[in-house]
Design a protein around this ligand. Structure first.
Ligand code: PLP
Length: 327
């Protein structure tokens, strides 16, 4: 089969790879498959985490509805807004792991993968099936925005912290020769633990009157008003390791929830002001139909995170095994 089949499935996020056996065969040739024992191990690990996610969501009870991305029809075991216990999205964090590992999980039905390094994400996105919904979860440098925004099946940037980067993303998306069919989801990263070495914008607090402004509110307003190719999807935190290993409710997760509340209040206040902005009001109204998401929880604390309201957990080592010492 001509290679244009592959190219075509690259061009539209709606075409499931299954639609093209030829494309699948081509991809399978490019990616080194893992031994069957490794594939089985990955499936078992993933299923075990997915079951824990489900149990934690049930324990939490009906939470905010999380809608599935419009283009991943095959996404049945991932995000589901329907039913009394909406499932948080489980993102398999695959940094440093070979493409064969991801392909084995993809064959198991997994679609949401998270990566920390722009080049690694770009390379994997090229060789792996086009119906993967990629999450960029690494530190976002504005000189990498163009490349990231050009990946057609990028589902979300979870680490946006600046107007400059938002503009770079928006400018790239506006100029794509093949425009995306959906807006690019962005999560604003919040430094809930206040640790100097963590990136993220300062958290907001419910009570403080100063929460109506500040960089987080400014960035949210900027996206809603000036970046129609972006969709303000939610807030993200990494949190401190210390907090994640104690028994008490994780204060980082509480702070992210509180920040969401304060942000929504601030956005509402802005649209209610004398100088009403139609675009902003529309965006806020639209946003209220679907609550802003909370991306929080990793291998060590995703169960607690879900119990505290997470809608998006990012789990790496518990699925793929330990990473090199740097991590
Ligand atoms: C690596 C990473 C994860 C996954 O961490 P694990 O502890 O391996 O589950 C989640 N979120 C971010 C931002 C990461 O960098």
């Amino acid at each position: 089969m001509p290679s244009c089949v592959v190219l075509r499935s690259f061009s539209t996020t709606r075409t499931p790879l299954a639609a093209s056996a030829a494309a699948r065969a081509t991809l399978a040739k490019m990616v080194q498959p893992v031994p069957t024992e490794r594939a089985a191990e990955l499936r078992d690990n993933y299923d075990s985490i997915a079951n824990q996610v489900k149990a934690a969501a049930e324990k939490r009870g009906a939470g905010p509805t999380v809608s599935s991305p419009s283009y991943s029809a095959a996404d049945s075991n991932q995000v589901d807004g329907q039913g009394p216990h909406p499932q948080p999205r489980l993102v398999a964090v695959s940094k440093y792991k070979p493409a064969g590992d991801l392909l084995a999980l993809h064959e198991h039905g997994v679609r949401h993968f998270g990566e920390n390094y722009p080049q690694e994400l770009e390379a994997k996105a090229k060789e792996l099936p086009r119906d993967i919904a990629w999450h960029y979860i690494g530190t976002l440098q504005s000189n990498k925005c163009k490349m990231l925004a050009s990946i057609p099946n990028l589902f979300a940037i979870e680490t946006l912290t600046s107007v400059k980067a938002a503009n770079q993303l928006h400018n790239t998306l506006s100029a794509l020769s093949l425009p995306r069919e959906t807006r690019l989801n962005v999560f604003l990263q919040v430094n809930t633990s206040g640790e100097e070495q963590k990136s993220g914008l300062p958290a907001l607090s419910r009570s403080s009157s100063s929460s109506a402004d500040g960089p987080l509110v400014d960035l949210a307003v900027h996206i809603l008003q000036k970046c129609p190719t972006l969709r303000l999807k939610g807030l993200m935190t990494i949190g401190s390791l210390e907090a994640s290993t104690s028994d008490a409710p994780n204060p980082d997760f509480e702070r992210l929830k509180e920040t969401r509340e304060a942000l929504v209040a601030a956005l509402r206040a802005q649209t209610g002001g004398a100088e009403q902005d139609d675009a902003l009001r529309k965006a806020v109204d639209e946003g209220e139909e679907e609550e802003l998401e909370l991306s929080m929880g990793m291998s060590s604390d995703f169960v607690e995170a879900i119990e505290q309201g997470s809608t998006n957990v990012r789990v790496g080592s518990s699925i793929f095994g330990a990473r090199p010492a740097k991590w």
